[in-house]
Structures are given as C-alpha cells and as structure tokens.
Design a protein around this ligand. Structure first.
Ligand code: SAH
Ligand code: SF4
Length: 335
C-alpha cells in the first residue's frame, strides 16, 4: 500500500472526490480501487497504479485466535510487525513506530535487531487499517491502540502524533484518545511535548529498574535520560495534565525483583502523587541473557508496593504464542 500521494493525484478533481476516496479506504475498507464504485473508471485505474491499497502481510494466529501477528512488507521492502490482541471485549492493536529501534535495550528483540528508519504517517495508519480489514468479516473493529510495537515513538514524534490525530478523527477510525497509549523508554523532550498536546492520550514509561546503575545495564539510553531528569519530567507532566500514567517494570529473575529493590522503587517514586500513577509488573519474555521472574517473586514484589500505597497490575505473557509479546517483534516469521 502507498497512499502518500493520494491528495496530489486528486488535486485537479472536484473537491468531493478526496472525501469519496477516503470514505472508500477507511469506512468501506476496500482493498482494491476497483471496489470504489462511486469513482469514475479512469480515476480508479489511475489510483490503482499510483496509490495501491493492497497490504502485503504474513499473518500468524495463536491457537485460540486471540493474538494475531502481521508482518507487513512496506513499499520499500522493509518489514514491520504489528499485533492484534483480542482480550476481554477489546480489540487492541500494538503499533510499531519505527523499523527496528536505535536504542538497543539489552532485553528487547527489536532493539537488538538494529535500526532502519522512522515510519511515515500512513505506514503507522496502515497497521490499524490492516486489522480493521481483518476484523470486518466478523463485524468488529479496532478500538484500542498501544504504541508498544517496534521502535521508540518519541524518536518519531511528529509522524506518530499526526498519525494519532488521524486515527482519532472521524475521517478515519474515530479511536478515542483515551484508548490510545504511547510507551516510551523515557525520551524527555517527548514527555514534555506530550504534556502540551490537546489530545488526552495515555502515557506509559518503561522504567524497569529502581536505580541508574541497574537501569544502565539494560537500557543504554539511560546514560542520556537518567532517572533524576526522567522523574522530574514525569512530575511536571503529572502536574500539568493530572492524567494517570503507567510505569512499566519488566521483572527479570535475580536482577530487579528482590524485596530490597521493591523498597528502592518505592523510595525512587516518593515525590510523585500516588493517585496519578500505576506500576505494571511485566513478566519478562525471554529473548536473551535473563530469565523471567517467578510468579511468586512478582507477587511478593507487588505486595510490597501495595503495602506502600502504590497501585499495581501484573501483565503475564500476552501474545506469546505468536511471539507478538512486546519486545519480541523481530521478524521471526521468516525463520
Ligand atoms: N520503545 C518504547 C515502546 C516499545 S517497547 C518503550 O521502550 O517503551 C514496549 C514495551 O515492551 C516496553 O515497556 C518494553 O520495555 C517492553 N519490552 C521489550 N522487550 C520485552 C521483553 N522481552 N519482555 C517483556 N517486555 C518487553
Ligand atoms: Fe527501543 Fe523500546 Fe526496545 Fe528499548 S525497549 S530497544 S526503546 S523498542
């Protein structure tokens, strides 16, 4: 698919043509311009050549069909992965923002796979479009987005935000801002910019360690975005938006999961208002190096946080079967 020049092609056409074309793409979910019967034949042919709508993707479904991974081939041949998670009454898409990621976190398959480039606005949109087409047969649609796929969304701030504005608009899928979350490793400028956006998006921060030394071992970017500055930026964000954020904390066995480290985490966050954050304890999906913490260690860690008045949730292995769990997006389908 490549619709970046759609507006240019329709420039000389009557104004309503662009609306008809967008309606066909985003509402009727056509996969081929020949299905856009309200457009003249000549125009359909031209669009077919210059704005192909087909999305080339390999799809992998879990046995219960609740997790679906799509490896999408982009117009330049590069591949990205995107995952549909159908849990509860929600259809959540885990969206990628870059091809690979330049930050190279030790535990993250994307980070270890190298970095190619940022995704464009329509390449971000395309991932949601793909799953809306997929769900159409069952009369369902995507209603929740998390920017937790490949890449660091705040290193591609403008494209991510423009894509979100479109996804949020009636022109495309009308996905409510409250149903869109952005996860960042802690790019401070991005957190500051997000605080000034009009949209009420959700912010998640990948914390993963209770002190700088430990964090630096697994997140090289911590040297640039250390905990002091990061938590200051978070504090300002909370003051400004009064919107609850989530800290993500991956649990690695005997690395960051001890009782002492739980207390260290409590102390680290002591200046932030407790009603404005929640800690999501995530069991590590093994890629290399570490082992995941045991359920008991996670529970014990959680109890300490709870006892200290901190809200928590536990995320266990969603999407594992398709290797679609966060951090496992690395073009595994081909192997
Ligand atoms: N770059 C952003 C968003 C993409 S990663 C970020 O780092 O926040 C989305 C989430 O998946 C992050 O919290 C990331 O730390 C987590 N993740 C990466 N690898 C993982 C793994 N192997 N197991 C569990 N979570 C992982
Ligand atoms: Fe990039 Fe996030 Fe993976 Fe780190 S965890 S390498 S920031 S995608």
């Amino acid at each position: 698919m490549n619709i970046t020049n759609l507006e240019t092609i329709l420039e000389k056409e009557p104004k309503f043509r662009i609306e008809q074309a967008k309606e066909a793409i985003y509402k009727q979910l056509i996969t081929d311009w020949s299905a856009a019967l309200n457009l003249p034949l000549e125009l359909r042919k031209k669009l077919d050549n210059e704005c192909p709508l087909g999305i080339k993707a390999q799809v992998l479904e879990s046995n219960d069909k609740k997790s679906v991974k799509a490896a999408i081939t982009l117009a330049d041949g590069l591949k990205i992965e995107t995952v549909l998670l159908r849990h509860g009454d929600r259809n959540t898409v885990c969206v990628s923002s870059q091809v690979g990621c330049p930050l190279g976190c030790f535990f993250c398959a994307t980070g270890q796979s190298g970095y190619k480039r940022n995704l464009g606005v329509t390449e971000i949109l395309e991932q949601v479009l793909f799953f809306n087409r997929y769900l159409k047969i069952q009369n369902e649609k995507v209603d929740n987005l998390v920017f937790m796929g490949m890449g660091e969304p705040f290193l591609n701030y403008n494209n991510v935000m423009n894509a979100i504005k479109l996804l949020n608009s009636a022109e495309t899928f009308n996905i409510g801002a409250r149903h869109i979350s952005i996860s960042t490793i802690g790019i401070i400028s991005g957190i500051q910019k997000l605080a000034n956006e009009k949209l009420q998006l959700n912010l998640a921060i990948s914390l993963h360690a209770p002190n700088d030394d430990l964090r630096e071992e697994i997140i090289p970017a911590n040297r640039t975005y250390g905990l002091n500055n990061l938590l200051d930026a978070v504090g300002d964000y909370l003051k400004k938006t009064k919107r609850q954020i989530m800290f993500e904390y991956i649990m690695f066995e005997r690395f960051n999961d001890s009782k002492e480290q739980a207390m260290e985490l409590v102390a680290l966050l002591k200046n932030l208002p407790k009603h404005l954050y929640i800690i999501n304890l995530i069991q590590y999906n093994p890629t290399k190096g570490f082992l995941p913490s045991s359920p008991l260690a996670i529970k014990t860690f959680q109890k300490i946080l709870t006892r200290n008045g901190i809200k928590t949730t536990i995320r266990l292995r969603l999407g594992r079967e398709v290797k679609g769990a966060c951090g496992q997006l690395a073009g595994d389908l081909e192997k």
